[in-house]
Every structure is written in structure tokens, then in C-alpha cells.
Design a protein around this ligand. Structure first.
Ligand code: NAD
Ligand code: LMR
Length: 344
């Protein structure tokens, strides 16, 4: 039941055209805001390859025309259109089903994700205001850090505009799941495609909580393995930031993860049953935390079910880690809400 979405594109039904058999084009429109950036470019390429997408709108404040021209030459069905600068943002959002937001600055070595708040909060606010005005029914995927705070900001902005639907707003935490799956498969010698580890909590340091006891296939870990794997998954973003030595943070693995989450969302919109992914959403899985990452079922209206039951039967290690992350996650949520509530 908890089968995660694999990065295997699901071709839509084949139809006959005269003597030829052709794949039917998808019908969903996706917008990427921040499309010319380190994440935005490879993410745009992956989404351009999705058979579910008919139109791909690329928006950025810089360099978007080159990315659009380049990507437009790929002979996959999605039509690509570029939108440069604020005056074109409304056109970019017109009629889209999913808006993905990777716009904003990334970390450099020595920084926390929260250090990005000062710049990125304003970027998310501005973009989500436009989403509220021009694509109020769209699913919104927020990648911009600090996700623990930018998602509550987005929620407040949508509320003020009177168009907030908690089922349609997501903080993208798929990269934590992708990393957990990779590291567990490597450590335990399991086939990569079979491993599925839920990761709950938030998307920063100790708020990232992999539930190794709930990993599929059922796997046993020593206490040392649990500690080592948990620490590696929590610090994986920093591992990349340090390796990139000042030139940014994870982009390729993030694009891969975000494309997986878009594909899952589109499959949900398309009526596929049993589409589950972990995401940071408004929910009551943990009563003290209005936003929490956990496994959700995706459907025609976004989140259709929150798998809060997965938080039952945790190991002692996981239960302690969950208690420990609560104050940090709560503070990040409150910071986002306070920021948005003081806006004029
Ligand atoms: P980047 O600097 O390479 O690209 C950011 C892009 O955003 C640039 O093209 C820039 O022009 C654009 N941009 C800036 N302000 C904008 C605005 N107001 N409107 C539209 N576009 C704007 O950065 P990146 O490596 O792509 O990272 C982007 C964000 O994603 C960062 O905040 C980073 O921390 C975050 N991130 C999140 C995760 C996650 O798991 N959620 C993973 C990796 C990175
Ligand atoms: C990640 O987990 O890779 C991202 O949140 C980027 C970062 O700053 O670590």
C-alpha cells in the first residue's frame, strides 16, 4: 500500500493514428518559478520528458530565454514557453495545474538553511502572492529553503488572499527520501529500486527524521547503523554544500527528487490510485506541529489522506528523536507565520 512512486514514466494509453501507433500526449500544465537556476534547469529538462505534461512554463528573473530556447529543441511532447521578469509572471501562471518553486538563494559552507530566511522569505512571499492571483487552484510545491518556514509563509500568503487550500500546498522533502533510500540500499546491499524509507518531520538538520524501522523491505539495523544512517541522512545537504565548496547546494539530486514529486502529483491529479509520497504539509499528525512532513496519499485535489498511523509503533530511538525535533520545528514554523503576519 505504501508503494512509493518510482521514476518510471507512465505512458498514457496508446492510440492508433492510421497505420501508426502513437502515445497520447498528457494534458497537464506545469510552471517552474526559478527555472534558470541550478535546480530549475535540470528539473525543467526532467519535466519536459514527462509524458503527462502538455505545457511547461519557465519563469525566472534572469537567463530564462536561453533555457527556454535550448529546452524547446527537445522533441518530447510538452510545449515549452519562457517568461522573463515580473511583468510576465501572470502569463506564466495562467491555467497551470502545478507550480514548482525552486527560486531563491542556496547555502554556502558554514550556513544553516535558516540563514537563507532573510532573502528567501521575500522571494517566496512575492511568488506565492502571484500564484494566489493567477493560479489559485494549482498545487504548489515549495523547494526554496528554509522549507520549514517558507511553507508556513506560503500558507499565510494564500490565506490572506482567501485561496488557501491546505491539501494543495507542499514543502518538497522528497530528496530526504531519495537519500535515505540510496544510503540504506548501499549499507544493506539491497536492490535500490526496492528500498523505500519514510522520512518525517521537517527539512533541516535534526528535524529530518528517517523512520528506519518502517523501511521497506523490512530490514534490521544495529543501533550503530541506525545512528550512522540517521546522521548521514540529516547531514546529506551539508555534505553536498561542503563538496561544492561555495558554488551552491544540491541541484541534480534535488531536480531528480522534485521531478519524482511532480510526477506523483500529476498521477494523483490523473486519478491513479495509491500514489503515496512524503511531503511537508499542514496536518495534525503531531498536534503541537501545524506543519509536518509525513507520507500522504495524493489524488485529484492534492493531499487526500495523511498517513499519521505511520508515527505509531516507533522505536525508542525514533520516538526520542521525534520529541527532540519538536521545539526546533515549531520555532521555524512560528518564524514563518510571524513574518507573514507582520506584512503590510
Ligand atoms: P540557484 O541560485 O542556482 O538558482 C535560483 C534561481 O532562482 C536563479 O535562477 C535566480 O535567478 C532565481 N530567482 C531568484 N529570485 C527570484 C525571483 N524573485 N523570482 C524568480 N526567480 C528568482 O539556486 P538553487 O541551487 O537552484 O537552489 C534554489 C533553492 O532551493 C535554495 O533556496 C536552496 O536552498 C533550495 N533547495 C531546497 C532543497 C529541498 O530539499 N527542498 C534542496 C536543494 C536546494
Ligand atoms: C538539501 O537538503 O540538499 C537542501 O536543503 C539544500 C541545503 O542547503 O542543504
Amino acid at each position: 500500500r505504501w508503494q512509493a512512486v518510482k521514476m518510471r514514466p507512465r505512458l498514457r494509453p496508446w492510440r492508433r493514428a492510421g497505420s501508426r501507433v502513437v502515445a497520447q500526449a498528457g494534458s497537464y500544465k506545469v510552471a517552474i518559478l526559478g527555472a534558470a537556476g541550478g535546480i530549475g534547469q535540470p528539473l525543467s529538462l526532467l519535466i519536459k520528458m514527462s509524458p503527462l505534461v502538455s505545457a511547461l512554463h519557465l519563469y525566472d528573473i534572469a537567463n530564462v530565454n536561453g533555457v527556454t530556447a535550448d529546452l524547446g529543441h527537445c522533441n518530447s511532447p510538452a510545449r515549452v514557453a519562457g517568461f522573463a521578469g515580473k511583468e510576465e509572471l501572470a502569463g506564466c501562471l495562467d491555467g497551470v495545474d502545478v507550480v514548482v518553486i525552486p527560486a531563491g538563494v542556496p547555502r554556502k559552507p558554514g550556513m544553516t538553511r535558516d540563514d537563507l530566511f532573510g532573502i528567501n522569505a521575500g522571494i517566496v512571499r512575492e511568488l506565492v502572492e502571484a500564484v494566489a492571483d493567477h493560479a489559485p487552484g494549482a498545487l504548489v510545491h515549495v523547494i526554496t529553503n528554509p522549507v520549514n518556514s517558507t511553507v508556513p509563509i506560503a500558507a499565510e500568503v494564500l490565506k490572506r488572499k482567501g485561496v488557501y487550500d491546505p491539501r494543495k500546498l507542499f514543502g518538497v522533502t522528497t530528496l530526504d527520501v531519495v537519500r535515505a533510500n540510496t544510503f540504506v540500499a548501499e549499507k544493506k546491499g539491497l536492490p535500490l529500486a526496492d528500498v523505500d524509507v519514510p522520512v518525517v518531520g521537517g527539512h533541516a538538520a535534526a528535524t529530518i527524521l528517517p523512520l528506519l524501522s518502517k523501511a521497506r523491505p523490512k530490514t534490521s539495523f544495529t543501533d550503530e547503523e541506525v545512528e550512522e544512517l540517521t546522521a548521514r541522512i540529516q547531514n546529506a545537504g551539508t555534505e553536498v554544500v561542503e563538496a561544492k565548496a561555495g558554488s551552491g547546494s544540491a541541484t541534480l539530486s534535488m531536480a531528480y527528487a522534485a521531478a519524482r514529486f511532480v510526477e506523483a502529483s500529476l498521477r494523483g491529479l490523473d486519478g491513479d490510485a495509491d500514489v503515496y509520497e512524503c511531503a511537508y504539509v499542514q496536518c495534525q499528525a503531531v498536534p503541537e506541529l501545524p506543519f509536518f512532513a509525513c507520507r500522504v496519499r495524493l489524488g485529484k485535489d492534492g493531499v487526500e489522506e495523511v498517513a499519521a498511523a505511520e508515527l505509531r509503533g516507533l522505536t525508542e530511538f525514533e520516538a526520542r528523536a521525534l520529541e527532540a525535533l519538536k521545539p526546533q520545528l515549531r520555532a521555524s514554523i512560528d518564524k514563518g507565520v510571524a513574518y507573514a503576519q507582520q506584512l503590510p
